[in-house]
Design a protein around this ligand. Structure first.
Ligand code: MTE
Ligand code: MO
Length: 251
């Protein structure tokens, strides 16, 4: 009895969702997030349609003068090389850390002509971008820092991104992951940051390289990057790990 009530309520939500969707589709909004229809991901629908519909697709996040830089807490996992932090511990990362990340290389797989490992020297060969931006965490704090790194677009291009590419999943050494679509992957402020406030990226902030995706909330900016997979279909890379957090969370 109770179960049936739940099912019918869920149906009602679905029906409501799809008629709202139809209305929006007939209006000026043409795009739906790839998570459309998932109850857990309902938050995506509004933010995705509002941001993608109302803002120019190339709109830049606000950049600040250096004088606005603030102190910056580290949250989430803060050292995948520490065996005591069992859930996030990664032995390979511990070894890389012991050698000051000299042997670090980013694996790129999937829909690219040149899959393989890309070293820090490979990243530095491409032109770099520096930006002072605000990080906003879902827990309610925000902080401003200066980030320098390689635009993800340039790396994807140098890896020979294929025409069937649609999404990019990014995996950290601590088993954390996120995926973004190509609009965010090619956004000019989406960078693989190796420098924070002029210093090599500190361990707790994701050494040696982290993603900065300034068009979305803080949890999309994956720290401790290990692997990038370019996919031809939607992969909710964080699904197993974070469950209920929205796939799309534009700010
Ligand atoms: N690999 C990895 N990336 C991550 C996290 C994490 O725990 N592991 N936490 C996320 C969250 S919720 C936030 S707010 C920011 C925190 O970045 P910071 O530690 O530099 O403040 O990293 C994001 N990226
Ligand atoms: Mo966060």
């Amino acid at each position: 009895m109770k179960k049936n009530q739940h099912i019918s309520r869920r149906r009602a939500i679905f029906t409501g969702l799809s008629s709202a969707g139809a209305l929006l589709l007939s209006g000026c909004f043409k795009k739906l997030p790839p998570t459309y229809g998932s109850i857990l991901r309902m938050g995506d629908d509004f933010t995705y349609m509002a941001q993608r519909g109302l803002l120019s697709q190339r709109a830049l996040a606000v950049e600040y003068p250096k004088s606005d830089i603030t102190s910056f807490p580290a949250t989430g996992n803060y050292n995948p090389g520490d065996p005591a932090l069992k859930a996030s511990y990664n032995k390979e990362y511990q070894q890389l850390q012991a050698n000051n990340f000299k042997d670090w290389a980013l694996t790129i797989e999937g829909s690219v002509a040149k899959p393989g490992k890309y070293t820090m020297a490979d990243l530095l060969k491409l032109s770099q971008r520096t930006q002072v931006t605000r990080h906003t965490c879902e827990e309610g704090w925000s902080a401003i820092a200066e980030w320098t790194g390689t635009p993800l677009a340039l790396l994807l291009q140098s890896a020979g991104i294929l025409p069937n590419a649609r999404f990019v999943s990014l995996y950290g050494y601590d088993n954390y992951a996120e995926s973004i679509d190509l609009l965010d992957a090619f956004h000019p402020q989406t960078i693989l940051a190796h420098t924070m406030n002029g210093q090599p990226l500190p361990l707790e902030h994701g050494a040696p390289v982290r993603l900065r995706v300034e068009t979305q909330i803080g949890y999309k900016s994956v720290k401790y990057l290990q692997r990038i997979v370019v996919t031809d279909k939607f992969v909710d890379a964080a699904d197993d790990i974070k469950g209920g957090w929205s796939w799309y969370n534009g700010i």
